[in-house]
Design a protein around this ligand. Structure first.
Ligand SMILES: [Zn+2]
Ligand SMILES: [Zn+2]
Length: 404
């Protein structure tokens, strides 16, 4: 073996030579390639240490919204890789890179902190009497489940757990009333698959949705006379509440002026509302205070269906109070909270989710606290957050009901 062949080669682990060993034949090309590889390797390790926590934050948010084992495995792998790279940076004393790596780790920890419990202070107890209502005979309500998203409680409210899986349902509610039936929201409609394709990639990646029978198909299957359906009443105009509107052509869709503006000016979440040729019909709040809300609209002037403005999630979000002739009362609160704990524990939506939706947190907080005071004072009112399956437990399902 020649002297050159006995030349010492360095074994690099990402740009730092750990030591020298005697190896076989080498050449200037070999040295060049190894030198290049070591620089690339070092740059990669620095990148993982600095940018890794940012990607880990994204994976955390994705897993919370869609608890897939793939996101979990990717997150654990990335976390281990970040620790290895941190060790390398400390061993090499790359303090500038280390400073950036520390900053992104702090940002990651701040993000995790935004998912921890942070209950709002309890509102002052309310003393308003339970409003009078004279619901006519023949009133009834039915739930029409149209689909489900698999999520975690951490996604729905601060203090929820990423390990606590919770279904997020999309359910339309049919209210029978002698003056005209109405649908409170529509759930996922017949064209939901096409609608989903138009959403941003990251949104679809973080959504694990299963569709059931659309509300229109459930009604048609029972030979429901569509002429009885007078209105579609939206709690708000987000895609998962309005998706089924095109399945009811010509039926007026009741919205507040604020929500109509939001639809006209809004972003991707209301893109479908703009494109579906819906017959939007604005209504105003011409009634007085109702259970602590400053304004109201008594739809059929009998107290059975009363709408109040509860903005924040969207500018024109509402709560719909429905009182049946038997005395049962329901409050359909839309997406004021995603799960009941949001109201009962006064926990807001996590920052990342609220931010993605473009909510107004200050206005939303007032609406949430007002509704929370009602829930405390009047436990006999069944609170129905649109996406909480427990809210529908006492409402007969349309497809199962013999009395529809
Ligand atoms: Zn919404
Ligand atoms: Zn929703």
């Amino acid at each position: 073996m020649s002297e050159r062949a006995k030349k010492t080669a360095f074994v690099f682990v990402g740009g730092g030579n750990l030591g020298s060993v005697q190896v076989g034949t080498t050449s200037p090309y070999y040295d060049g390639i190894m030198g290049h590889l070591s620089k690339v390797g070092a740059a990669f390790l620095r990148l993982v240490a600095v940018a890794g926590p940012v990607l880990l934050g994204l994976l955390t948010a994705l897993y919370i919204g869609r608890p897939s084992p793939y996101f979990l495995a990717a997150g654990i792998t990335l976390a281990v890789a970040i620790l290895v790279c941190d060790g390398w940076i400390i061993a090499r004393r790359h303090w500038i890179t280390g400073g950036f790596a520390l900053a992104t780790k702090i940002a990651f920890l701040i993000l995790v902190g935004t998912y921890t419990a942070s209950p709002l202070p309890a509102p002052s107890p309310m003393s308003d009497p339970l409003p009078q209502a004279s619901p006519p005979d023949g009133m009834a309500i039915y739930a029409l489940p149209t689909g489900v998203n698999h999520r975690t409680t951490a996604f729905a409210y601060r203090g929820g757990s990423p390990w606590d899986k919770r279904d997020s349902v999309s359910t339309a509610v049919l209210v029978r009333h002698p003056q005209g039936n109405l649908l409170i929201d529509t759930g996922l409609g017949r064209t939901i698959a096409q609608q989903m394709r138009e959403f941003p990639f990251l949104f679809r990646l973080g959504t694990d949705q299963v569709q059931f029978q659309p509300a229109a198909d459930q009604l048609d299957a029972a030979r429901y006379d569509r002429r009885q359906l007078r209105y579609i009443l939206l709690t708000h105009a987000h895609w998962d509440h309005i998706s089924g509107v095109p399945d009811f052509p010509g039926v007026p869709v009741l919205v507040t002026a604020a929500e109509q503006r939001f639809i006209d000016e809004g972003g991707w979440a209301t893109a479908h509302a703009r494109s579906m040729n819906a017959v939007f019909q604005e209504y105003s709040f011409d009634g007085g205070p109702y259970l602590g809300f400053t304004q109201s609209r008594d739809l059929y002037a009998d107290g059975s269906i009363v709408i109040v403005p509860a903005p924040g999630h969207t500018p024109g979000s509402v709560v719909v109070f429905v009182t049946l002739s038997g005395g049962a009362r329901h409050a359909f609160v839309g997406d004021l909270v995603w799960q009941l704990e949001g109201l009962l524990e006064r926990e807001e939506r996590p920052w990342f989710e609220a931010r993605t939706l473009g909510e107004n947190p200050i206005v939303l907080r007032q609406s949430l606290l007002r509704m929370s005071a009602i829930a405390t004072r009047y436990p006999q009112i069944t609170i129905v957050p649109s996406h909480d399956p427990r809210g529908y437990a006492s409402i007969p399902e349309w497809s199962q009901s013999a009395t529809r």
